[in-house]
Design a protein around this ligand. Structure first.
Ligand code: ADE
Length: 257
């Protein structure tokens, strides 16, 4: 998968070169490029913001640097021919996905991570200040499938932290990135439920014992116990998830705890 991120703080994204995703890039499973929005300005101060029309607090990100940066992303992703210049024509059969992190977007979920992991390319536009001039999104709609996405119902200072979270959640689903794909099957949200508690040696620690059933060697019993723990945990911590959970082979009635 090819991922392009545009930001005024490219260094913010540096941790994506570490650990599992760093290895995925070394192994050629993920091709991640981070672009500095200020490289698409031409004044001495590399200005990317200006005061809002209509007044109000804060600054708004200017349109032209975004258009130039996103045109470069389209070329890098092979979605337009050659040197894009202004308004180069599309060559891709499908518009590439452009994710715009925003507290006003649809909430990011594991289901969305799975869906986005199927895309050959993704682009992310990290807004700062009071946001990006709305005309950029109108312009981008003709070139990208634009998806405003929120990390959750709270406000961050910009899109970078949200992009780190989304790229990690998506990147680890790419084939070959996680060494043991089994671990993706049993984790939280894979089946719509929170994951069961886990334990390791020693079996008794500071007066706290590992549940007996996990030492029994009875895999059927262990599987039932784990499902029950998932249901209890989900009911206690995230009851709203139980309505949408797909805890096959148990029906909803059997899942009531
Ligand atoms: N930018 C600011 N707040 C955000 C949020 N909650 N999710 C995604 N991007 C954001």
């Amino acid at each position: 998968m090819r991922i392009d991120v545009v930001s005024i703080f490219p260094d913010y994204l540096a941790p994506l070169r570490l650990s599992l995703l760093g290895r995925a890039q070394e192994d050629g499973l993920l091709d991640l490029a981070v672009h500095d929005l200020r490289d698409f300005t031409f004044d001495r101060h590399r200005t990317v913001d200006d005061t809002p029309y209509g007044g109000g607090a804060g600054m708004v990100m200017k349109a032209e640097p975004w258009a130039l940066a996103l045109e470069q992303v389209l070329v890098a992703q092979g979605a337009v021919a050659g040197n894009a210049g202004h308004d180069a024509g599309p060559v891709a059969a499908r518009r590439p996905v452009l994710i715009v992190p925003s507290p006003a977007g649809a909430v990011f979920t594991q289901a969305m991570a799975y869906e986005l992991a199927e895309e050959p390319t993704l682009a992310f536009a990290c807004g700062r200040y009071e946001g990006i001039d709305e005309r950029v999104l109108e312009w981008a709609e003709q070139r990208f499938e634009v998806r405003p996405v929120s990390l959750g119902d709270y406000v961050l200072n910009g899109g970078e932290v949200a992009v780190m979270a989304m790229v990690e959640a998506i990147g680890r689903l790419l084939p070959g990135v996680v060494g043991n794909p089994e671990s993706l099957v049993e984790e939280s949200h894979a089946d719509g439920l929170l994951e069961y508690p886990v334990y390791t040696k020693p079996s008794s620690w500071r007066g706290h014992d590992v549940p007996e059933v996990l030492l029994s060697g009875n895999h059927g019993k262990i599987a039932s116990w784990r499902l029950e723990q998932q249901l209890r945990r989900t009911a206690a911590r995230r009851p709203e998830l139980l309505d949408g959970a797909d805890a096959a082979p148990f029906g909803k009635a059997e899942r009531a705890v």
